[in-house]
Design a protein around this ligand. Structure first.
Ligand code: FAD
Ligand code: ZN
Length: 459
């Protein structure tokens, strides 16, 4: 029997119909396109195990896919690899409210995991714009962040246990709900953020939290990124660490959003060079609105502030932040980066890197925004007004090199949120030390000696 026939026999479910495979070959922005002759859709760990054993024995490359919302091409089979979709592994295995732990299969959609926690009176705080499509397996494999990292951490911090099928088909059962376990290496962390290159995650135990009862949201004018960082420290101190989101937006961002989204408006009267969106949540006993009023009213770092009086206003504040990417797209060509530096270094980084890019491209419009509370900035630039889009985009690598070299000077990361995939693979050699790359390659060789798992991604 040939390899494909063997795979089809053990996978539980498969298709070779190009029309059914097609949606799995292209990601949502149509930036990356791949090809694959065979899509496997297992629904049990045993099936995944049998599939990988055959792939390993025959040297057949395989690409794992969840919701196909990844932004760096990691889930795309570029060279005709077999695709394995975990979407049918979508069962909730159980919830242990006493341990605040949710056990589920990796194909469960993030929004459904949130819902399962909510129905048990608890919170699973991972939240991002793709949550209606992205899966837990994809979230863990990309160590997803989102809008509440400041308070709850990234996927890595939200995972208690995993079940992983290794390249040779062995099942590594690390499905524990333990909060404390110091019995040697923490193996689950190897597979989180590995982008499907070290094993296939088939299940996980996720950390749950008390569900907050009240929320305060403010749209605040600040004179500079330095004032924003100082205000973050002040707000964390005054709320006892209850700030869940702290996002920065520049004036030009508000101009883009109000220009391109009918109905969007600046809630403050006078323009300000920078704004922060601040949100905090707590138990019902706290009067967060009053706390926000006094803290923001007395802060030396705040020029003006509006506190959302109701859910409609809150949504309008968030829309100003969340429509930034789309508004920048409608404004014309843009060059983007997803970088992080230590939070305290953000003001100096922004200053130095912005000046460097402006020097390289006179008239370029800086549109840096994002998760300043996590030290993570979408360090973006729009084409000069009236400038030639193609000529501007031709400078992408050049600008990226300038930006990433300065990120490196600040001991930052060239990919804070979205991973490496194929997009940034070739840059790793420049920014990781030889020792780091050696250890990464050694891990890959040990766990996947035949290089069958998502070959060509990350390394
Ligand atoms: P896929 O795209 O299918 O796969 C992603 C990677 O994981 C690939 O390398 C794939 O091979 C691997 N993989 C998938 N499943 C498994 C598995 N079971 N075992 C092993 N490997 C696997 N990310 C953030 O961090 N923060 C954000 O705020 C954010 N916002 C987003 C907003 C939008 C509109 C979109 C489209 C994406 C956003 N992302 C964000 C990107 C984010 O990485 C993905 O949305 C999500 O985490 C990926 O899940 P997925 O199931 O779609 O994975
Ligand atoms: Zn982001």
């Amino acid at each position: 029997m040939n390899t494909f026939d063997r795979l089809k026999q053990v996978a539980g479910h498969f298709t070779e119909d190009p029309a059914e495979i097609a949606p799995h070959l292209e990601e949502w922005r149509s930036k990356y396109k791949g090809r694959s002759p065979l899509l496997l859709r297992p629904s049990t760990t045993e099936q995944v195990s049998a599939v990988l054993a055959i792939c390993n024995e025959t040297g057949t490359a395989i690409v794992p896919q969840g919701g196909n919302t990844g932004l760096v091409g990691g889930q795309i089979p570029f060279n005709g690899e077999v695709l394995i979709s975990l979407g049918r592994m979508n069962r909730i295995r159980g919830i242990d409210t006493g341990s605040h732990a949710l056990s589920l299969e990796s194909g469960v959609i993030l929004a459904n995991a949130q819902k399962a926690a909510d129905e048990a009176g608890l919170l699973f705080p991972l939240s991002l714009a793709a949550e209606g499509t992205a899966t837990i397996g994809g979230n863990l494999s990309t160590n997803a962040g989102g809008v509440q990292v400041l308070r709850y951490g990234m996927a890595r911090d939200l995972t208690l246990g995993v079940e992983v099928v290794l390249a040779d088909g062995r099942v590594l059962d690390l499905m524990t709900a333990l909060r404390k376990d110091n019995t040697g290496y923490d193996l689950k962390q190897l597979f989180i953020g590995a982008e499907g290159t070290l094993g296939i995650i088939t299940a996980a135990v996720l950390k749950l939290f008390p569900k907050p009862a009240v929320r305060a949201t403010a749209f605040v004018a600040v004179p500079s990124p330095a004032a924003a960082v100082a205000l973050l420290g002040e707000m964390q101190a005054k709320t006892g660490g209850l700030v869940s989101a702290f996002e920065i937006v520049p004036r030009i961002g508000i101009e883009f959003v109000t220009a391109h989204f009918p109905g969007a408006r600046d809630p403050l009267t006078a323009p300000s060079p920078w704004y922060v969106l601040i949100e905090a949540t707590s138990a019902a006993a706290f009067d967060l609105d009053t706390l926000f009023q006094s803290a923001l009213g007395s802060s030396a770092y705040v020029s003006d502030a509006a506190i959302a009086a109701n859910e409609t206003q809150r949504a309008a504040f968030w829309a100003l932040r969340e429509n930034m990417s789309e508004a920048q797209k409608r404004e014309g060509a843009s060059i983007k980066h997803d970088v992080s530096v230590p939070v305290s270094a953000i003001p100096a980084f922004l200053e130095k890197a912005t000046v460097a890019v402006e020097r390289a491209v006179p008239g370029v419009r800086p549109v840096s925004f994002g998760h300043i509370g996590d030290g993570n900035i979408h360090f973006n630039f729009s084409v000069p007004k009236g400038g030639d889009a193609a000529a501007f985009l031709a400078r992408w690598e050049d600008i990226q090199r300038i930006a990433h070299d300065i990120v490196d000077d600040f001991s930052g990361s060239i990919s804070a949120e979205h991973g490496i995939g194929v997009q940034k693979r070739d840059q790793l050699a420049r920014y990781k030390s030889a020792a780091e790359l050696d250890v990464m390659r050694a891990l890959k060789r040990t766990l996947d000696p035949n290089n069958i798992l998502n070959p060509g991604k990350v390394l």
